[in-house]
Design a protein around this ligand. Structure first.
Ligand code: ADP
Ligand code: ZN
Length: 607
Protein backbone atom coordinates (compact mmCIF):
# COMPACT_ATOMS: atom_id res chain seq x y z
CA UNK A 1 0.00 0.00 0.00
CA UNK A 2 1.51 3.29 -1.05
CA UNK A 3 0.40 5.53 1.80
CA UNK A 4 2.61 7.06 4.43
CA UNK A 5 1.85 6.33 8.11
CA UNK A 6 0.78 9.87 8.93
CA UNK A 7 -1.57 9.96 6.01
CA UNK A 8 -3.16 6.70 7.14
CA UNK A 9 -3.47 7.99 10.69
CA UNK A 10 -5.42 10.95 9.38
CA UNK A 11 -7.51 9.50 6.59
CA UNK A 12 -8.34 6.12 8.09
CA UNK A 13 -8.40 6.78 11.83
CA UNK A 14 -9.19 10.47 11.78
CA UNK A 15 -6.43 11.40 14.27
CA UNK A 16 -4.20 14.43 13.78
CA UNK A 17 -0.83 13.31 15.04
CA UNK A 18 1.03 10.40 16.58
CA UNK A 19 1.31 10.04 20.31
CA UNK A 20 4.47 9.36 22.26
CA UNK A 21 6.71 6.93 20.42
CA UNK A 22 4.11 5.60 18.01
CA UNK A 23 5.74 7.14 14.91
CA UNK A 24 9.16 5.71 15.76
CA UNK A 25 7.77 2.25 16.44
CA UNK A 26 5.76 2.23 13.24
CA UNK A 27 8.77 3.28 11.15
CA UNK A 28 10.94 0.66 12.78
CA UNK A 29 8.43 -2.06 11.98
CA UNK A 30 7.79 -0.92 8.43
CA UNK A 31 11.54 -1.07 7.95
CA UNK A 32 11.41 -4.76 8.92
CA UNK A 33 12.70 -4.50 12.50
CA UNK A 34 11.47 -6.42 15.55
CA UNK A 35 10.24 -4.57 18.62
CA UNK A 36 9.04 -4.93 22.18
CA UNK A 37 6.66 -2.15 23.16
CA UNK A 38 5.79 -1.31 26.75
CA UNK A 39 3.06 1.24 27.13
CA UNK A 40 0.32 1.67 29.69
CA UNK A 41 -3.27 0.67 29.05
CA UNK A 42 -4.80 3.24 26.76
CA UNK A 43 -1.38 4.36 25.58
CA UNK A 44 -2.18 3.58 21.96
CA UNK A 45 -0.46 0.26 21.33
CA UNK A 46 -2.86 -1.01 18.68
CA UNK A 47 -1.92 1.58 16.09
CA UNK A 48 1.72 0.53 16.44
CA UNK A 49 0.94 -2.63 14.46
CA UNK A 50 -2.27 -1.64 12.69
CA UNK A 51 -0.62 1.10 10.67
CA UNK A 52 2.40 -1.00 9.61
CA UNK A 53 -0.14 -3.69 8.68
CA UNK A 54 -1.57 -1.22 6.20
CA UNK A 55 1.79 0.05 4.97
CA UNK A 56 3.49 -3.29 4.39
CA UNK A 57 2.29 -5.68 1.70
CA UNK A 58 0.47 -8.78 2.93
CA UNK A 59 -1.57 -9.56 6.00
CA UNK A 60 -0.62 -8.87 9.61
CA UNK A 61 -1.18 -11.75 12.01
CA UNK A 62 -2.13 -10.54 15.47
CA UNK A 63 -1.92 -13.00 18.34
CA UNK A 64 -4.24 -12.18 21.19
CA UNK A 65 -5.32 -14.31 24.15
CA UNK A 66 -8.58 -12.47 24.64
CA UNK A 67 -11.48 -13.40 22.44
CA UNK A 68 -13.71 -10.53 23.56
CA UNK A 69 -10.98 -8.04 22.75
CA UNK A 70 -10.39 -9.55 19.32
CA UNK A 71 -14.02 -9.11 18.39
CA UNK A 72 -13.92 -5.54 19.54
CA UNK A 73 -10.80 -4.72 17.57
CA UNK A 74 -12.11 -6.36 14.42
CA UNK A 75 -15.36 -4.42 14.77
CA UNK A 76 -13.55 -1.13 15.29
CA UNK A 77 -11.30 -1.76 12.28
CA UNK A 78 -14.20 -2.74 10.08
CA UNK A 79 -15.91 0.51 11.04
CA UNK A 80 -12.96 2.53 9.74
CA UNK A 81 -12.86 0.50 6.54
CA UNK A 82 -9.91 -1.76 7.31
CA UNK A 83 -10.24 -5.40 6.21
CA UNK A 84 -9.93 -7.44 9.40
CA UNK A 85 -11.21 -10.75 10.75
CA UNK A 86 -10.72 -13.02 13.74
CA UNK A 87 -10.10 -16.74 14.15
CA UNK A 88 -10.79 -18.34 17.51
CA UNK A 89 -12.91 -20.99 19.14
CA UNK A 90 -16.01 -18.81 19.21
CA UNK A 91 -16.10 -18.37 15.41
CA UNK A 92 -18.41 -20.86 13.63
CA UNK A 93 -16.63 -23.19 11.15
CA UNK A 94 -18.20 -21.66 8.02
CA UNK A 95 -17.12 -18.16 9.02
CA UNK A 96 -13.64 -19.46 9.85
CA UNK A 97 -13.38 -21.16 6.47
CA UNK A 98 -14.39 -17.92 4.77
CA UNK A 99 -11.73 -16.03 6.71
CA UNK A 100 -9.09 -18.57 5.70
CA UNK A 101 -10.10 -18.15 2.07
CA UNK A 102 -9.87 -14.38 2.29
CA UNK A 103 -6.51 -14.80 3.95
CA UNK A 104 -5.18 -16.92 1.10
CA UNK A 105 -6.58 -14.57 -1.54
CA UNK A 106 -4.88 -11.57 0.01
CA UNK A 107 -8.15 -9.93 0.96
CA UNK A 108 -7.32 -9.18 4.57
CA UNK A 109 -5.13 -6.49 6.13
CA UNK A 110 -5.20 -7.99 9.60
CA UNK A 111 -6.18 -11.33 11.07
CA UNK A 112 -6.52 -11.77 14.83
CA UNK A 113 -5.85 -15.32 16.03
CA UNK A 114 -5.85 -17.10 19.36
CA UNK A 115 -2.40 -18.60 20.05
CA UNK A 116 -3.60 -22.21 20.11
CA UNK A 117 -5.14 -21.67 16.68
CA UNK A 118 -2.04 -20.10 15.22
CA UNK A 119 0.13 -22.97 16.42
CA UNK A 120 -1.80 -25.73 14.67
CA UNK A 121 0.08 -27.38 11.80
CA UNK A 122 -2.79 -26.75 9.45
CA UNK A 123 -2.84 -23.04 10.13
CA UNK A 124 0.92 -22.60 9.94
CA UNK A 125 0.90 -24.45 6.63
CA UNK A 126 -1.87 -22.18 5.47
CA UNK A 127 0.17 -19.12 6.41
CA UNK A 128 3.03 -20.37 4.27
CA UNK A 129 0.84 -19.83 1.27
CA UNK A 130 0.07 -16.23 2.28
CA UNK A 131 2.04 -13.05 2.08
CA UNK A 132 2.74 -11.88 5.64
CA UNK A 133 3.20 -8.26 6.64
CA UNK A 134 4.14 -8.87 10.27
CA UNK A 135 3.37 -10.75 13.48
CA UNK A 136 2.02 -8.81 16.42
CA UNK A 137 1.96 -10.49 19.83
CA UNK A 138 -0.46 -8.69 22.08
CA UNK A 139 -0.46 -9.07 25.87
CA UNK A 140 3.07 -10.38 25.54
CA UNK A 141 3.48 -10.70 29.32
CA UNK A 142 1.42 -13.91 29.00
CA UNK A 143 4.67 -15.62 28.04
CA UNK A 144 6.10 -15.06 31.50
CA UNK A 145 5.44 -17.11 34.58
CA UNK A 146 6.10 -13.99 36.59
CA UNK A 147 3.15 -12.33 35.00
CA UNK A 148 -0.33 -12.80 36.35
CA UNK A 149 -1.80 -14.29 33.17
CA UNK A 150 0.68 -16.95 32.14
CA UNK A 151 -0.41 -18.83 28.99
CA UNK A 152 1.57 -21.96 28.20
CA UNK A 153 0.74 -21.62 24.47
CA UNK A 154 2.65 -18.37 24.42
CA UNK A 155 5.85 -20.27 25.09
CA UNK A 156 5.58 -21.86 21.68
CA UNK A 157 5.30 -18.62 19.79
CA UNK A 158 9.03 -18.56 19.21
CA UNK A 159 8.44 -21.47 16.80
CA UNK A 160 6.58 -19.13 14.54
CA UNK A 161 9.66 -17.02 14.23
CA UNK A 162 11.77 -20.05 13.33
CA UNK A 163 9.32 -20.83 10.59
CA UNK A 164 8.97 -17.28 9.25
CA UNK A 165 12.30 -15.67 10.05
CA UNK A 166 11.92 -12.83 7.57
CA UNK A 167 8.63 -11.50 8.93
CA UNK A 168 9.04 -8.67 11.46
CA UNK A 169 7.54 -9.12 14.90
CA UNK A 170 6.22 -6.74 17.49
CA UNK A 171 5.35 -7.78 21.05
CA UNK A 172 3.22 -5.45 23.14
CA UNK A 173 2.25 -5.28 26.79
CA UNK A 174 1.16 -2.90 29.50
CA UNK A 175 2.67 -4.87 32.35
CA UNK A 176 6.31 -5.68 32.39
CA UNK A 177 8.53 -5.31 35.39
CA UNK A 178 12.18 -6.29 34.93
CA UNK A 179 11.88 -10.09 35.18
CA UNK A 180 8.80 -10.19 32.95
CA UNK A 181 10.52 -8.02 30.37
CA UNK A 182 13.52 -10.34 30.25
CA UNK A 183 11.24 -13.34 29.93
CA UNK A 184 9.44 -11.79 26.99
CA UNK A 185 12.65 -11.01 25.15
CA UNK A 186 14.16 -14.43 25.74
CA UNK A 187 11.17 -16.66 25.33
CA UNK A 188 9.94 -14.98 22.19
CA UNK A 189 13.49 -14.83 20.86
CA UNK A 190 13.21 -11.09 20.53
CA UNK A 191 16.59 -10.21 21.95
CA UNK A 192 17.66 -8.74 18.64
CA UNK A 193 14.67 -6.39 18.59
CA UNK A 194 14.39 -2.84 19.80
CA UNK A 195 12.81 -1.98 23.11
CA UNK A 196 10.38 0.94 23.21
CA UNK A 197 9.24 2.04 26.62
CA UNK A 198 6.55 4.68 26.66
CA UNK A 199 5.85 6.84 29.68
CA UNK A 200 3.48 5.13 32.04
CA UNK A 201 1.81 8.35 32.97
CA UNK A 202 -1.93 8.63 32.43
CA UNK A 203 -2.35 12.37 32.78
CA UNK A 204 -6.13 12.37 32.36
CA UNK A 205 -6.65 10.10 35.37
CA UNK A 206 -7.07 11.85 38.69
CA UNK A 207 -6.05 9.79 41.72
CA UNK A 208 -7.92 9.93 45.02
CA UNK A 209 -7.14 7.68 47.96
CA UNK A 210 -8.90 8.05 51.28
CA UNK A 211 -9.05 6.19 54.56
CA UNK A 212 -12.03 3.91 54.80
CA UNK A 213 -14.44 5.12 57.43
CA UNK A 214 -17.81 4.05 56.12
CA UNK A 215 -17.10 2.83 52.64
CA UNK A 216 -20.57 3.00 51.17
CA UNK A 217 -21.47 6.59 52.04
CA UNK A 218 -17.96 7.55 50.95
CA UNK A 219 -18.51 5.93 47.57
CA UNK A 220 -21.91 7.59 47.19
CA UNK A 221 -20.48 10.98 48.00
CA UNK A 222 -17.78 10.47 45.39
CA UNK A 223 -20.25 9.37 42.71
CA UNK A 224 -22.54 12.24 43.53
CA UNK A 225 -19.82 14.85 43.50
CA UNK A 226 -17.90 13.69 40.46
CA UNK A 227 -20.05 11.45 38.30
CA UNK A 228 -23.53 12.80 38.05
CA UNK A 229 -25.13 10.86 40.92
CA UNK A 230 -27.75 8.21 40.38
CA UNK A 231 -29.71 10.25 37.87
CA UNK A 232 -27.13 10.48 35.13
CA UNK A 233 -24.27 8.33 36.19
CA UNK A 234 -21.18 7.80 34.10
CA UNK A 235 -19.94 4.35 33.24
CA UNK A 236 -17.53 2.99 35.82
CA UNK A 237 -16.08 -0.02 37.57
CA UNK A 238 -16.20 -0.68 41.31
CA UNK A 239 -13.71 -3.30 42.50
CA UNK A 240 -14.27 -5.35 45.64
CA UNK A 241 -12.14 -8.06 47.19
CA UNK A 242 -14.65 -10.89 47.48
CA UNK A 243 -17.50 -12.31 45.44
CA UNK A 244 -19.92 -11.71 48.25
CA UNK A 245 -18.89 -8.08 48.52
CA UNK A 246 -19.44 -7.76 44.77
CA UNK A 247 -22.99 -9.15 44.96
CA UNK A 248 -23.88 -7.08 48.02
CA UNK A 249 -22.43 -3.87 46.64
CA UNK A 250 -24.15 -4.20 43.27
CA UNK A 251 -27.49 -4.89 44.96
CA UNK A 252 -27.00 -1.96 47.30
CA UNK A 253 -26.07 0.43 44.48
CA UNK A 254 -29.29 -0.54 42.75
CA UNK A 255 -31.27 0.38 45.85
CA UNK A 256 -29.56 3.77 45.61
CA UNK A 257 -30.90 4.24 42.09
CA UNK A 258 -27.80 3.25 40.10
CA UNK A 259 -27.73 0.75 37.27
CA UNK A 260 -25.16 -1.65 38.66
CA UNK A 261 -24.27 -5.19 37.63
CA UNK A 262 -22.11 -7.80 39.36
CA UNK A 263 -19.22 -9.68 37.75
CA UNK A 264 -17.13 -12.40 39.36
CA UNK A 265 -15.79 -15.85 38.68
CA UNK A 266 -18.44 -17.56 40.81
CA UNK A 267 -21.29 -16.53 38.51
CA UNK A 268 -22.76 -18.56 35.67
CA UNK A 269 -20.74 -18.00 32.56
CA UNK A 270 -23.80 -16.87 30.65
CA UNK A 271 -24.84 -14.26 33.15
CA UNK A 272 -21.30 -12.98 33.30
CA UNK A 273 -21.01 -12.47 29.60
CA UNK A 274 -24.47 -10.93 29.48
CA UNK A 275 -23.43 -8.39 32.10
CA UNK A 276 -20.19 -7.67 30.31
CA UNK A 277 -22.05 -7.17 27.05
CA UNK A 278 -24.48 -4.74 28.67
CA UNK A 279 -21.62 -2.83 30.22
CA UNK A 280 -20.05 -2.40 26.79
CA UNK A 281 -23.20 -1.59 24.88
CA UNK A 282 -25.28 0.53 27.22
CA UNK A 283 -24.46 3.96 28.53
CA UNK A 284 -23.88 4.77 32.18
CA UNK A 285 -23.69 1.30 33.75
CA UNK A 286 -21.60 0.53 36.81
CA UNK A 287 -19.88 -2.82 36.90
CA UNK A 288 -19.13 -4.13 40.38
CA UNK A 289 -16.42 -6.74 40.07
CA UNK A 290 -13.59 -8.73 41.49
CA UNK A 291 -10.30 -8.52 39.67
CA UNK A 292 -11.61 -11.20 37.32
CA UNK A 293 -13.18 -8.39 35.38
CA UNK A 294 -11.36 -6.04 33.11
CA UNK A 295 -8.77 -8.07 31.27
CA UNK A 296 -9.67 -7.42 27.72
CA UNK A 297 -12.16 -4.70 28.41
CA UNK A 298 -11.42 -2.08 25.89
CA UNK A 299 -14.31 0.25 26.66
CA UNK A 300 -12.83 3.69 26.16
CA UNK A 301 -15.36 5.74 28.11
CA UNK A 302 -15.05 4.19 31.57
CA UNK A 303 -15.11 7.44 33.56
CA UNK A 304 -14.13 6.08 36.95
CA UNK A 305 -12.59 3.10 38.65
CA UNK A 306 -13.38 2.84 42.35
CA UNK A 307 -11.73 0.46 44.79
CA UNK A 308 -13.74 -0.40 47.88
CA UNK A 309 -10.91 -2.65 49.00
CA UNK A 310 -7.18 -2.48 48.67
CA UNK A 311 -5.65 -4.35 45.72
CA UNK A 312 -2.54 -6.40 46.34
CA UNK A 313 0.14 -4.33 44.68
CA UNK A 314 0.83 -1.08 42.88
CA UNK A 315 0.96 -3.04 39.61
CA UNK A 316 -2.55 -4.35 40.14
CA UNK A 317 -3.79 -0.96 41.27
CA UNK A 318 -2.31 0.72 38.23
CA UNK A 319 -3.63 -1.86 35.83
CA UNK A 320 -7.12 -1.64 37.27
CA UNK A 321 -7.23 2.13 37.46
CA UNK A 322 -5.80 2.19 33.94
CA UNK A 323 -9.12 0.94 32.65
CA UNK A 324 -10.49 4.42 33.22
CA UNK A 325 -10.25 7.06 30.54
CA UNK A 326 -8.73 5.23 27.61
CA UNK A 327 -10.27 7.88 25.41
CA UNK A 328 -8.14 10.54 27.04
CA UNK A 329 -11.01 12.44 28.66
CA UNK A 330 -10.85 13.35 32.37
CA UNK A 331 -11.47 10.32 34.59
CA UNK A 332 -11.12 9.36 38.24
CA UNK A 333 -9.40 6.61 40.14
CA UNK A 334 -10.83 6.54 43.65
CA UNK A 335 -10.04 4.24 46.53
CA UNK A 336 -11.01 3.79 50.17
CA UNK A 337 -8.75 1.58 52.24
CA UNK A 338 -7.99 0.68 55.82
CA UNK A 339 -5.64 -1.40 57.93
CA UNK A 340 -8.09 -4.35 58.04
CA UNK A 341 -7.62 -4.61 54.25
CA UNK A 342 -3.90 -4.95 54.77
CA UNK A 343 -4.35 -7.64 57.38
CA UNK A 344 -6.72 -9.53 55.11
CA UNK A 345 -4.31 -9.42 52.18
CA UNK A 346 -1.40 -10.50 54.36
CA UNK A 347 -3.49 -13.43 55.49
CA UNK A 348 -4.13 -14.44 51.87
CA UNK A 349 -0.41 -14.35 51.23
CA UNK A 350 0.32 -16.39 54.32
CA UNK A 351 -2.28 -19.03 53.51
CA UNK A 352 -1.26 -19.39 49.88
CA UNK A 353 0.79 -22.33 48.66
CA UNK A 354 3.48 -20.10 47.20
CA UNK A 355 7.10 -20.61 48.21
CA UNK A 356 8.44 -18.31 50.91
CA UNK A 357 10.51 -16.31 48.45
CA UNK A 358 7.44 -15.35 46.48
CA UNK A 359 5.51 -14.55 49.63
CA UNK A 360 8.27 -12.18 50.57
CA UNK A 361 7.95 -10.43 47.21
CA UNK A 362 4.19 -10.19 47.65
CA UNK A 363 4.55 -8.66 51.09
CA UNK A 364 6.94 -6.07 49.76
CA UNK A 365 4.57 -5.20 46.95
CA UNK A 366 1.78 -4.69 49.43
CA UNK A 367 4.03 -2.46 51.52
CA UNK A 368 4.83 -0.34 48.50
CA UNK A 369 1.13 0.12 47.86
CA UNK A 370 0.59 1.11 51.46
CA UNK A 371 3.34 3.67 50.99
CA UNK A 372 1.45 5.14 48.06
CA UNK A 373 -1.72 5.34 50.16
CA UNK A 374 -0.03 7.13 53.03
CA UNK A 375 2.25 9.40 51.09
CA UNK A 376 2.37 13.12 51.69
CA UNK A 377 3.65 13.63 48.15
CA UNK A 378 2.05 13.83 44.74
CA UNK A 379 0.59 10.38 44.06
CA UNK A 380 1.49 10.43 40.40
CA UNK A 381 5.14 11.03 41.23
CA UNK A 382 5.15 8.10 43.62
CA UNK A 383 3.51 5.88 40.99
CA UNK A 384 5.85 6.86 38.19
CA UNK A 385 8.91 6.46 40.35
CA UNK A 386 7.71 3.01 41.27
CA UNK A 387 7.67 2.13 37.59
CA UNK A 388 11.20 3.41 37.23
CA UNK A 389 10.45 6.75 35.64
CA UNK A 390 11.95 9.97 36.81
CA UNK A 391 9.19 12.53 36.87
CA UNK A 392 10.37 16.09 36.32
CA UNK A 393 10.04 16.88 40.00
CA UNK A 394 6.92 18.96 39.69
CA UNK A 395 3.78 17.74 41.43
CA UNK A 396 1.13 16.84 38.87
CA UNK A 397 -1.71 19.08 39.99
CA UNK A 398 -4.18 16.29 39.19
CA UNK A 399 -4.26 14.06 42.24
CA UNK A 400 -5.79 14.51 45.68
CA UNK A 401 -2.56 15.36 47.46
CA UNK A 402 -1.84 18.04 44.86
CA UNK A 403 -5.34 19.47 44.84
CA UNK A 404 -5.84 19.45 48.59
CA UNK A 405 -2.39 19.22 50.09
CA UNK A 406 -2.42 17.09 53.20
CA UNK A 407 -1.38 18.76 56.38
CA UNK A 408 1.43 17.08 58.17
CA UNK A 409 2.37 17.32 61.82
CA UNK A 410 5.24 16.35 64.06
CA UNK A 411 4.20 12.84 64.98
CA UNK A 412 7.28 11.93 66.98
CA UNK A 413 5.44 11.74 70.29
CA UNK A 414 2.37 10.10 68.80
CA UNK A 415 4.56 7.42 67.24
CA UNK A 416 6.37 6.90 70.51
CA UNK A 417 3.10 6.44 72.38
CA UNK A 418 1.70 4.05 69.80
CA UNK A 419 4.85 1.96 69.64
CA UNK A 420 5.26 1.68 73.35
CA UNK A 421 1.62 0.74 73.81
CA UNK A 422 2.07 -2.03 71.24
CA UNK A 423 5.13 -3.15 73.16
CA UNK A 424 3.50 -3.07 76.58
CA UNK A 425 0.43 -4.98 75.46
CA UNK A 426 2.71 -7.78 74.32
CA UNK A 427 2.95 -7.26 70.55
CA UNK A 428 0.00 -9.45 69.76
CA UNK A 429 -3.06 -7.23 69.35
CA UNK A 430 -4.50 -5.50 66.33
CA UNK A 431 -4.70 -1.73 65.96
CA UNK A 432 -8.27 -1.53 67.25
CA UNK A 433 -7.33 -2.99 70.61
CA UNK A 434 -4.19 -0.92 71.05
CA UNK A 435 -6.17 2.20 70.21
CA UNK A 436 -8.70 1.29 72.88
CA UNK A 437 -5.84 1.08 75.33
CA UNK A 438 -4.39 4.42 74.22
CA UNK A 439 -7.76 6.06 74.60
CA UNK A 440 -8.27 4.48 78.03
CA UNK A 441 -11.44 2.69 76.94
CA UNK A 442 -13.17 0.63 79.59
CA UNK A 443 -13.83 -2.59 77.67
CA UNK A 444 -14.27 -6.13 78.85
CA UNK A 445 -11.33 -7.29 76.78
CA UNK A 446 -9.00 -4.75 78.27
CA UNK A 447 -10.09 -5.74 81.76
CA UNK A 448 -9.61 -9.43 80.86
CA UNK A 449 -5.98 -8.72 80.13
CA UNK A 450 -5.63 -6.30 83.00
CA UNK A 451 -4.31 -3.72 80.60
CA UNK A 452 -5.96 -0.78 82.34
CA UNK A 453 -3.01 -0.95 84.71
CA UNK A 454 -0.41 -0.36 82.02
CA UNK A 455 1.56 2.88 82.05
CA UNK A 456 0.43 3.51 78.49
CA UNK A 457 -3.27 3.05 79.28
CA UNK A 458 -5.15 6.23 78.40
CA UNK A 459 -2.08 8.24 77.37
CA UNK A 460 -3.47 9.03 73.90
CA UNK A 461 -6.59 11.03 74.62
CA UNK A 462 -5.42 13.99 72.56
CA UNK A 463 -6.44 12.12 69.40
CA UNK A 464 -9.72 10.65 68.24
CA UNK A 465 -10.04 7.02 67.27
CA UNK A 466 -9.96 8.04 63.62
CA UNK A 467 -6.76 9.99 64.10
CA UNK A 468 -5.10 7.08 65.84
CA UNK A 469 -6.11 4.77 63.02
CA UNK A 470 -4.35 7.09 60.64
CA UNK A 471 -1.22 7.08 62.85
CA UNK A 472 -1.19 3.28 62.95
CA UNK A 473 -1.58 2.95 59.18
CA UNK A 474 1.33 5.26 58.70
CA UNK A 475 3.51 3.45 61.20
CA UNK A 476 2.83 0.23 59.30
CA UNK A 477 3.57 2.00 56.00
CA UNK A 478 6.83 3.24 57.48
CA UNK A 479 7.73 -0.27 58.60
CA UNK A 480 7.87 0.78 62.26
CA UNK A 481 5.03 -1.60 62.95
CA UNK A 482 4.63 -4.96 61.31
CA UNK A 483 1.46 -6.99 60.93
CA UNK A 484 2.45 -10.32 62.38
CA UNK A 485 0.71 -13.08 60.49
CA UNK A 486 2.05 -15.81 62.72
CA UNK A 487 0.49 -13.92 65.58
CA UNK A 488 -2.92 -13.84 63.85
CA UNK A 489 -2.60 -10.39 62.43
CA UNK A 490 -1.50 -8.62 65.60
CA UNK A 491 0.96 -5.76 65.43
CA UNK A 492 4.55 -6.09 66.51
CA UNK A 493 7.45 -3.68 66.46
CA UNK A 494 9.35 -3.35 63.21
CA UNK A 495 13.10 -4.01 63.10
CA UNK A 496 14.07 -0.31 62.95
CA UNK A 497 11.72 1.00 65.58
CA UNK A 498 14.21 1.60 68.36
CA UNK A 499 14.96 5.28 67.77
CA UNK A 500 11.28 6.01 67.18
CA UNK A 501 10.33 4.16 70.35
CA UNK A 502 12.67 6.36 72.32
CA UNK A 503 11.36 9.47 70.59
CA UNK A 504 14.79 10.10 69.08
CA UNK A 505 13.75 9.87 65.46
CA UNK A 506 11.61 12.77 64.26
CA UNK A 507 8.55 11.48 62.46
CA UNK A 508 6.37 13.57 60.21
CA UNK A 509 2.85 12.24 59.82
CA UNK A 510 -0.09 13.20 57.68
CA UNK A 511 -3.03 14.59 59.53
CA UNK A 512 -6.16 12.48 59.33
CA UNK A 513 -8.76 14.15 57.15
CA UNK A 514 -11.61 15.86 58.92
CA UNK A 515 -14.58 13.70 59.65
CA UNK A 516 -16.85 15.38 57.12
CA UNK A 517 -16.61 14.09 53.58
CA UNK A 518 -14.05 16.15 51.74
CA UNK A 519 -15.29 19.20 49.92
CA UNK A 520 -15.81 18.97 46.17
CA UNK A 521 -12.52 19.23 44.40
CA UNK A 522 -12.14 22.63 42.84
CA UNK A 523 -12.68 21.47 39.35
CA UNK A 524 -14.34 18.12 39.35
CA UNK A 525 -12.90 15.69 36.85
CA UNK A 526 -16.30 15.11 35.43
CA UNK A 527 -16.74 13.31 32.16
CA UNK A 528 -17.91 14.83 29.07
CA UNK A 529 -19.56 17.89 30.52
CA UNK A 530 -19.86 21.00 28.48
CA UNK A 531 -19.93 24.49 29.82
CA UNK A 532 -22.99 25.64 27.96
CA UNK A 533 -26.23 23.88 28.72
CA UNK A 534 -27.09 24.12 25.07
CA UNK A 535 -23.96 22.27 23.95
CA UNK A 536 -24.62 19.69 26.62
CA UNK A 537 -28.11 19.15 25.21
CA UNK A 538 -26.67 18.67 21.74
CA UNK A 539 -24.08 16.27 23.12
CA UNK A 540 -26.83 14.20 24.71
CA UNK A 541 -28.78 14.21 21.44
CA UNK A 542 -25.69 12.99 19.59
CA UNK A 543 -25.19 10.25 22.15
CA UNK A 544 -28.78 9.14 21.76
CA UNK A 545 -28.35 8.94 17.99
CA UNK A 546 -25.15 6.98 18.44
CA UNK A 547 -26.89 4.51 20.72
CA UNK A 548 -29.61 3.94 18.10
CA UNK A 549 -27.06 3.30 15.39
CA UNK A 550 -25.10 0.98 17.66
CA UNK A 551 -28.20 -1.00 18.55
CA UNK A 552 -29.12 -1.44 14.89
CA UNK A 553 -25.75 -3.09 14.29
CA UNK A 554 -25.41 -4.82 17.65
CA UNK A 555 -22.10 -3.12 18.41
CA UNK A 556 -20.90 -1.02 21.36
CA UNK A 557 -21.56 2.70 20.82
CA UNK A 558 -17.87 3.61 21.07
CA UNK A 559 -16.95 1.72 17.91
CA UNK A 560 -19.10 4.24 16.05
CA UNK A 561 -17.61 7.34 17.66
CA UNK A 562 -15.83 7.98 20.94
CA UNK A 563 -17.27 10.53 23.35
CA UNK A 564 -14.37 12.81 22.50
CA UNK A 565 -15.60 12.97 18.90
CA UNK A 566 -19.17 13.70 19.96
CA UNK A 567 -17.91 16.40 22.31
CA UNK A 568 -16.04 18.00 19.45
CA UNK A 569 -19.22 17.91 17.35
CA UNK A 570 -21.22 19.55 20.15
CA UNK A 571 -18.64 22.29 20.53
CA UNK A 572 -17.87 23.04 16.90
CA UNK A 573 -21.26 22.27 15.40
CA UNK A 574 -20.06 21.50 11.89
CA UNK A 575 -22.79 21.86 9.29
CA UNK A 576 -21.19 20.17 6.31
CA UNK A 577 -19.08 17.12 5.62
CA UNK A 578 -15.89 19.04 5.08
CA UNK A 579 -16.14 20.65 8.51
CA UNK A 580 -17.12 17.35 10.10
CA UNK A 581 -14.10 15.60 8.60
CA UNK A 582 -11.83 18.02 10.47
CA UNK A 583 -12.83 16.60 13.85
CA UNK A 584 -10.85 14.10 15.89
CA UNK A 585 -11.78 10.49 15.20
CA UNK A 586 -13.52 10.93 11.86
CA UNK A 587 -11.76 9.22 8.97
CA UNK A 588 -13.06 8.64 5.46
CA UNK A 589 -15.05 5.50 6.13
CA UNK A 590 -16.86 6.91 9.14
CA UNK A 591 -17.60 10.15 7.35
CA UNK A 592 -19.18 8.13 4.59
CA UNK A 593 -21.14 5.90 6.92
CA UNK A 594 -22.30 8.24 9.62
CA UNK A 595 -21.69 11.79 8.40
CA UNK A 596 -25.25 12.48 7.31
CA UNK A 597 -26.84 10.97 10.40
CA UNK A 598 -24.88 13.16 12.80
CA UNK A 599 -25.05 16.29 10.64
CA UNK A 600 -28.82 15.88 10.72
CA UNK A 601 -28.79 15.92 14.53
CA UNK A 602 -26.63 19.04 14.58
CA UNK A 603 -28.78 20.84 12.02
CA UNK A 604 -31.99 19.90 13.81
CA UNK A 605 -30.53 21.19 17.05
CA UNK A 606 -29.59 24.54 15.51
CA UNK A 607 -32.98 25.00 13.93
P1 ADP B 1 -3.78 0.24 24.35
O1 ADP B 1 -3.93 -0.93 23.44
O2 ADP B 1 -2.38 0.70 24.48
O3 ADP B 1 -4.45 0.06 25.68
P2 ADP B 1 -5.32 1.56 22.38
O4 ADP B 1 -4.52 1.15 21.23
O5 ADP B 1 -6.64 0.89 22.62
O6 ADP B 1 -4.49 1.48 23.71
O7 ADP B 1 -5.54 3.12 22.30
C1 ADP B 1 -6.21 3.81 23.31
C2 ADP B 1 -7.07 4.90 22.72
O8 ADP B 1 -6.28 5.95 22.19
C3 ADP B 1 -7.91 4.39 21.56
O9 ADP B 1 -9.20 4.88 21.75
C4 ADP B 1 -7.25 4.96 20.34
O10 ADP B 1 -8.19 5.19 19.32
C5 ADP B 1 -6.66 6.25 20.86
N1 ADP B 1 -5.45 6.66 20.14
C6 ADP B 1 -4.35 5.92 19.92
N2 ADP B 1 -3.42 6.61 19.24
C7 ADP B 1 -3.94 7.84 19.02
C8 ADP B 1 -3.46 9.04 18.37
N3 ADP B 1 -2.25 9.10 17.80
N4 ADP B 1 -4.28 10.10 18.36
C9 ADP B 1 -5.49 10.05 18.93
N5 ADP B 1 -6.00 8.97 19.55
C10 ADP B 1 -5.24 7.88 19.61
ZN1 ZN C 1 -0.16 15.04 42.00
Amino acid sequence: MPHAPLEILRSVFGFKSFRGRQAEIIDHLIGGGDALVLMPTGGGKSLCYQIPALCRPGVAVVVSPLIALMQDQVEALTQVGVRAAALNSSIPPEAAARTERRLRDGELDLVYVAPERLLTDAFLAHLERCRLALFAIDEAHCVSQWGHDFRPEYLQLAQVHDRFPAVPRIALTATADGPTRRDILERLELTGGRLFVGSFDRPNIRYHIQPKQHARPQLLAFLDREHGGAAGSDAGIVYCMTRKAVDDTAAWLRTQGYSALPYHAGMEKEERSRNQDRFLKEDGLIMVATIAFGMGIDKPDVRFVAHLDLPKSIETYYQETGRAGRDGLPSNAWMAYGLPDVVKLLRFIEESEAPERQKQVERQKLEALLGLCETLRCRRQVLLEYFGEEPDGRPCGNCDTCLEPVESFDGTVAAQKALSCVYRTGERFGAAYVIDALLGADTARIRDFDHQRLSTFGIGKEFSREEWRSVFRQLVALGLLVVDMEGHGGLRLGPDCRAALRGERPIQLRRAPARKPSAPTKKAARRATLEHADDEALFQALRARRLELAKEQGVPPYVIFHDSTLLAMAQHKPTDRAALAQLHGIGKAKLERYGEAFLAVITAHGA
